[in-house]
Design a protein around this ligand. Structure first.
Ligand code: C2O
Ligand code: CU
Length: 460
């Protein structure tokens, strides 16, 4: 990492864009910490190039209570700088884990401490926000389960933090993953699936038991599709936020990188597998013991999330393009198809015409994508002018989807990551109620690495 980047980071942290000092001050909590409320994360390298947040290859979900201060200790055992971003949690800006915007990078060997309060019960996850493509791609991800104030009375609560990784034939992470820009299957590498950073394990449950299955896509760059199981399943939460009215899962469910879905299932009297369309088992459930009495499925309380005021909203555009240099888009698409590349080569991705790179956040102090006043409803009209899908993610806020492809959306699903289809638009709305600077980026982390990132400011 060059000096210029270091200097730039420092400058942004000190002078800030949109009120840096005030933003950083908000991390100071006067609250006394219960000594047990300590979370220690030790990012480290495992054999064959895998990374996890600890000594075990398996990553147990981190379970925390909401609205409770936790002391988080991060001991960086990697050879690269790192940080921890709590994906989906509307935390105060100072603990959002974005080097260059909210903190200095955590150096190799360094111990970093912060106090974090998790406001949103539900299914979330965490990952570094530096070298993200390479580190997430090597498995440095964890599930973050924020319990309900009164834990929902499911009989079983199963987390499937699912990720796909490029591996060589002997099970090692494909070397030079960080430099792997575009090639889909280099040197005989194949996709390998992981659940909670390990091989999937079967579960047992009594017939009629109520099961909460938390699905998280923690892949660096690929979606997966859940096949319709042959039992009734209810969608009960999207991106961590309970839905107003649970609805039946009907047909395949595509989950984009960064997204989460909570499903409620009632255990039948026979084994069931919930699989992806490739046949990978996300959850294998086997009946055991005697059947439980038939009861109604537990309901989740809604999270308090301000409702957008669409009538008085401020609308901003967000265009997704790539710098195709001298090529036309169709020529690049044809080229990629011919070569079997998942993506374009040598092109940069842009938000509103500008690329922003992780290792030089806000490089020359570039302007924010938009500025909102605290409390204002923001309507973001995201238009994708490319042939790729883009799972777009915003920090510090969760949003409602207002329209897709120009068609109004009536469900009140809440997301923090939403897929914007090729040559289409998606409109989202949220109340800008969390002050300071927040990232907006594509959660296909290869696109993020290639510049598909920016930030916005909430003043006040
Ligand atoms: Cu999952 Cu900017 O993050
Ligand atoms: Cu993208």
């Amino acid at each position: 990492m060059g000096n210029k980047v270091e200097l730039t980071r420092r400058r942004i942290l000190q002078t800030g864009v949109g009120g840096g000092a005030a933003c950083l001050a908000s991390s100071a909590f006067a609250t006394e910490l219960n000594p047990e409320r300590t979370i220690t994360l030790r990012p480290r390298v495992h054999p064959k190039g895998w990374l996890t947040y600890g000594d075990n290859a398996t990553q147990h979900p981190l379970r925390v209570r909401p609205h409770t201060p936790y002391k988080v200790i991060i001991e960086n055992g990697l050879e690269v700088d790192t940080s921890v971003h709590w994906h989906g949690q509307r935390v105060v800006n100072a603990v959002d884990g974005v080097p260059g915007i909210t903190q200095e990078p955590i150096k190799p060997g360094e111990r970093y401490e912060q106090t974090v309060v998790f406001p949103d019960p539900g299914t979330h996850w965490y990952h570094p926000h530096l070298d993200s493509h390479a580190t997430v791609g090597r498995g440095l991800v964890g599930a973050l389960i924020v319990e309900e104030e009164t834990p929902a009375p499911f009989d079983h609560d199963i987390t499937a933090l699912t990720s796909r990784h490029l591996v060589t034939q002997d099970g090692a992470i494909y070397p030079n993953f960080g430099e792997l820009f575009n090639t889909r299957f280099p040197d005989g590498a194949t996709w390998s699936w992981r659940i909670n950073s390990a091989a999937a394990i079967p579960h047992t449950a009594a017939a009629n038991a109520h099961i909460r299955l938390r699905l998280i896509n923690a892949s660096a760059m690929v979606p997966f599709t859940v096949e319709q199981p042959d039992i009734a399943a209810l969608i009960i939460a999207t991106d961590g936020h309970p839905v107003a009215t649970p609805r039946a899962l009907e047909g395949p469910l595509k989950i984009w990188p960064g997204q989460r879905y909570d499903l409620a299932l009632k255990m039948p009297n026979r084994p069931i597998d919930l699989t992806t369309e490739e046949g990978f088992a996300l959850a294998s459930l086997h009946p055991s013991g005697t059947a439980a009495p038939e009861t109604a499925a537990p309901r989740l309380p809604l999270n308090p999330l301000a409702k957008p005021n669409l009538a008085e909203a401020v609308t901003f555009p967000l265009t997704l393009t790539r710098d195709t240099q001298s090529f036309t888009e169709s020529a690049i698409a044809a080229f990629n198809q011919l070569r079997g590349y998942a993506d374009n080569r040598g092109a940069d991705w842009r938000l509103n015409g500008v690329s922003l790179y992780e290792d030089a956040l806000c490089g020359e102090g570039g302007p924010p994508l938009f500025v909102a006043r605290k409390g204002e409803t923001v309507r973001l009209n995201i238009t994708n002018h490319s042939v790729n899908h883009h799972p777009m993610h915003i920090h510090g806020h969760s949003f409602y989807v207002v329209a897709r492809g120009g068609v109004p959306v009536t469900s009140l699903d809440v997301h923090d990551t939403i897929d914007v289809e090729s040559h289409s638009s998606t409109e989202i709305a949220f109340v800008a109620d969390n002050p300071c600077r927040w990232m907006v980026h594509c959660h296909d982390l290869r696109h993020q690495m290639q510049g598909m990132m920016g930030y916005f400011v909430v003043e006040g």
